[in-house]
Design a protein around this ligand. Structure first.
Ligand code: F6R
Length: 265
């Protein structure tokens, strides 16, 4: 695990854009760094918005291209059709896809408008495998430590599946809806096993309200009660935090020294 601490959410976005650049096609196709194709795992929520804005700016300036990118989003609410402004389909279109050159057929978000949700989840996991697996997974983190919608108690080996949301997650996400009652009770989410199969993971967290869960994720025991703590076992996980989100880490000075020495923990 690497812990990168930034002064502000703006700098978190900038550093995350820098860290992800090798996974994106450079606009100049002749450079050796241009990957033939990259599979990105994407997140929704407030936290990655700054990163998506940086990607859009860098795309517009001609620095990067998403022409060879295939994307798989972490999750989608059940019972919310893709054209609904509360859906993650709608979120991704508005906040990223329509602003860049990713091919629509290369973007994937779980289908939750199916009569057979378990089959839809299973098909999603198969599609990720058929694409060659995820090269870089972008993650936010819930206030109780969920990644994707892997709520507390999620099996460490779980694959994409239908998941019931906790009341805390529904309360946290109620800010996007007119009322708490309108927040869906279920979602299809990639599993912890799916996320752990990603070759690299970038988890972003900003704000004091994430400080305790970041502490539990990095310094607590690895436990299904804090699903993100499984990232302690990931061989290539980087946490990019602002100072507020990092503020409860007991050994922060040591992590910063390791980062200066270009060492993972
Ligand atoms: C979103 C997702 C969630 C969010 C998490 C944090 O696709 O899977 O795990 O990353 O709930 O949300 P924000 O960034 O809004 O605090």
């Amino acid at each position: 695990m690497r812990i990168v601490v930034c002064e502000s959410p703006e700098q978190v976005a900038e550093v995350a854009a820098d860290e992800s650049i090798e996974y994106l096609g450079l606009a100049c196709a002749s450079t050796a760094k241009n990957p033939e194709s990259t599979v990105l795992g994407l997140a929704t929520g407030s936290t990655p918005l700054g990163l998506y804005q940086k990607w859009i700016e860098r795309f517009r300036s001609g620095e990067i291209s998403f022409r060879n990118v295939v994307s798989f989003n972490l999750d989608e609410y059940c019972g919310v059709p893709p054209e609904d402004p509360q859906s993650y389909h709608y979120f991704m279109q508005g906040n990223l896809f329509k602003h860049i050159d990713i091919l629509p057929q290369n973007t994937h978000i779980p289908h939750t408008n199916s009569d057979d949700l378990p089959a839809s989840a299973e098909a999603y996991e198969i599609a990720i495998a058929q694409a060659g697996g995820i090269d870089l997974q972008i993650l936010g983190i819930g206030s109780e430590g969920h990644i994707g919608f892997n709520e507390l108690g999620s099996s460490f080996s779980s694959a994409t599946r239908v998941k019931t949301l906790t009341s805390k997650t529904r309360q946290d996400n109620a800010r996007f809806f007119a009322s708490l009652e309108q927040v869906p009770k279920m979602a299809i989410t990639m599993g912890l096993g799916t996320i752990m199969n990603a070759r690299a993971v970038l988890l972003l967290a900003t704000g004091l309200h994430k400080a305790q869960t970041i502490r539990d994720t990095v310094e607590g025991p690895v436990t299904a009660m804090v699903p993100a703590s499984i990232l302690q076992f990931h061989p290539n996980a980087t946490l990019i935090l602002d100072a507020a989100a990092a503020s409860k880490l007991a050994h922060l000075d040591y992590y910063l020294e390791c980062e200066r020495n270009q060492q993972s923990l």
